[in-house]
Design a protein around this ligand. Structure first.
Ligand code: ZN
Length: 316
């Protein structure tokens, strides 16, 4: 790679996904000037150098080619690597301004009397003044990605468990409804109405159950597709260290997973409430129908007895 200042400006501009025009408007300069910088035809003013350093998240010393030229004259090894910036906070390797490196924070936490050092690499936020070499940035990021993937897997397992529980709950509710129907059917005398009411109720219960079951399967399918996309996102993380991407994917995934979990709970609750309501309605209908039937039967009996009594009266 061309190690000129212009090449570096172009590299960081593209990394940020900015066009020459966009970078120009961010710095309040013309796009032609940006092109001149990138061609090394002109050098950015000190003010622009500071703005560029802030925008690209690199130390402002990055844009002092004169100083680095002085330093590079001293030793051969640093000739094409720019000015010495510092040492990697993780491995201690020397970092020069034209090297690929990142900035971040080193912190220690004490847990169960054990001290653990945590390295945080932030590509767009300047957390502190610790520098990490490119290798360490990659390693820090890969650890973060592994952690994120582990988290997604855990979430996926929980969602699958929730789906299974929902389906089992639905099945139990359905069996209970069936029990109600069978009980009511045999308890009630087998007239035309008993067949009609029991059959219709059972059909309705079956339809509601199968519809909700399909809903559950559908949302499972959606979550499968969603996790496939998420995993693809992790796999395509570029070689350039972009911890922000991993975090973004994780955050979106977390929100969607919570949404899915809530929708599972709501669907299950709805399923149970609807099935139980259906059972009550069925039982109530059957009871009422039976009462009506028995009333009619007793009134018929009474009428028959009355008729008999009248006949007996005639006989006398
Ligand atoms: Zn390192």
């Amino acid at each position: 790679m061309n190690n000129s200042l212009g090449a570096h400006i172009a590299f960081y501009r593209k990394k940020k996904g900015l066009s020459e025009e966009e970078l120009g408007s961010l710095l309040s300069v013309s796009p032609d000037l940006v092109r001149d910088w990138e061609k090394d035809a002109r050098i950015p003013s000190p003010e622009c150098q500071n703005k560029l350093a802030q925008l690209f998240n690199v130390p402002s010393s990055f844009f002092h080619p004169e100083e680095s030229k002085e330093k590079t004259a001293i030793t051969e090894t640093t000739q094409n690597r720019g000015k010495f910036i510092g040492t990697c906070a993780r491995c201690g390797k020397s970092i020069y301004s034209f090297d690929a490196y990142g900035m971040g924070k080193v912190s220690t936490i004490v847990k169960h009397h054990k001290t653990r050092t945590i390295y945080e690499y932030e590509p767009d936020k300047q957390l502190g003044y610790d520098y990490f070499c490119a290798d360490c940035c990659r390693e820090i990021l890969s650890l973060k990605t592994v952690h994120a993937e582990h988290h997604v897997e855990k979430m996926e397992k929980r969602l699958r468990k929730a789906t299974t529980t929902s389906i089992i709950a639905a099945l139990i509710t359905w069996i209970v409804a069936l029990g109600f129907a069978v009980f009511a059917f045999f308890w009630f005398d087998r007239t035309f109405w008993s067949y009609l009411v029991a059959g219709c109720s059972f059909l309705l219960a079956y339809l509601v159950f199968s519809y909700l079951y399909t809903l559950l399967l559908k949302s499972d399918w959606i979550s499968d597709a969603f996790y496939a996309v998420m995993k693809a996102g992790f796999k395509t993380l570029p070689s350039k260290v972009q911890a922000e991407d991993a975090l973004g994917v994780l955050k979106t995934g977390f929100v969607k997973a919570i949404f899915l979990a809530v929708s599972y709970i709501v669907t299950t609750a709805l399923l149970i409430v609807m099935s139980v309501t259906l059972c009550f309605i069925s039982a109530f209908t059957w009871t009422t129908a039976r009462k009506h039937y028995l009333d009619r039967l007793s009134s018929q009996e009474a009428k028959a007895q009355e008729d008999k009594g009248e006949e007996n009266g005639k006989d006398r």
